[in-house]
Design a protein. Sequence first.
Length: 218
Amino acid sequence: GRILEVRGTPSVQHNILMLPTPSLTCSDAYFVFNRVRLVSCIEISTPSEVEAVNGTHVKLKCTFSSTSPVSLQSVTVSWNFRPLLPGPDESVFYYDKEPFPPDQGRFKGHVVWSGDIPRKDASITLQDVPPTFNGTYICQVRNRPDVHGHNGEITLKVVYKVSISEISMLALAVGAGIVLVLIILAIVVSVKLCRKRRMDKDIEMHVPEDQWKDSTAW
């Protein structure tokens, strides 16, 4: 997906053409060395993984950068879906001067445009996500004449409830244990105090009459 224009002596051309192309990235948008020019490409940024609770909305964020001017007329956005099970990719959303949500398939009525082309944002939002939306979402952006570049990929995991990290679960268990111990201690102390008061009361009620008279004689 890169166009390489080479001018100069045959020896210079040979040395340049022997360079390993994998080392060249989109950040090498434009450079001149011995009249060698590399045409730029689009860079796309997406999170690698997103988690959503079943039945909620989730935003699939996709931003891009391009050395060519960005306008509503020059940019096209395509979102596709790759399911977990083997099968062909499915179209999720398309943008060309205006949003085109799907009118059929599993994503009908579930996708809205959340992007802003002048701000180089090509995001979409999935609404009321079911477990069948688990899979990989591919964001492809083209800004004519920049039509080369790697696509962004997001793995969506739809869960039935918000997952709690192991640390949070441990903290919750420890906190619950401490509260339980304090409750047990409070019950034990209360029972002992009640028994002591009852015993003291019984002793007072069973004091012999002669001892009571002796005590009053003083």
